[in-house]
Write a protein that binds this ligand. Sequence first.
Ligand SMILES: NC(=O)CC[C@H](N)C(=O)O
Length: 225
Amino acid sequence: MIGIIVFPGTNCEFDVQGAYRELGRDTTIVAHHERDLDDYEAVVIPGGFSYGDYLRTGAIARFSPIMESVIRYAGAGGKVLGICNGFQVLTEAGLLPGALQRNVGLSFICGEVTVRVEQTNSILTCGMTVGEELSLPINHFEGNYTADADTLERLETQGQVVLRYVQNPNGSANDIAGIANVEGNVVGLMPHPERAGLGFGLTDQAKAMLESLLMPRGSRATQSA
Ligand SMILES: NC(=O)CC[C@H](N)C(=O)O
């Protein structure tokens, strides 16, 4: 069972639910005021505009009761995936380094991007192949990943950059589209794999990405490391 966390303003929870339903996986919606995550094999924080993106995107959601549980869950090795606004919440909560700032050009972008898989040591990419490229939808205003030089250096040398844009759409440092924590059990990305073909059938590569979340830790990553 996958727990999908919603805050006021989240709007991609049913996309995530629909995608996992297509994969035959059960999901439950978990409200921001709840605290219990024990029953879930993975937790997804979906996209949207939590608390209207007021103050700074993700900055209010991080104070929700459920985020204390997410921090504990991640600390115990639980799998946490943040998609778009979910990525923004994870950086605000300190579960991932850096921040997402406004896109270069200051426009909301909505379209398809090609991303390259850079690492297979994470819960998002363990069923994929390094160097594999795939097309994923994006729609965001604040997807421009930034971090100080030392953090960027650490992300690169420790293999925490899991996805990179082939053509950078938003000004993200080092073309970063998604990162993991050192352990690989917490991942955030700006593109939306759950929407890749949603309504028409998910693409095979999006399926592989979403299925990765439910693979036993280390199963494929250890083989390909
Ligand atoms: N699709 C989304 O999750 C949007 C993310 C965020 N609120 C932004 O515009 O940057």
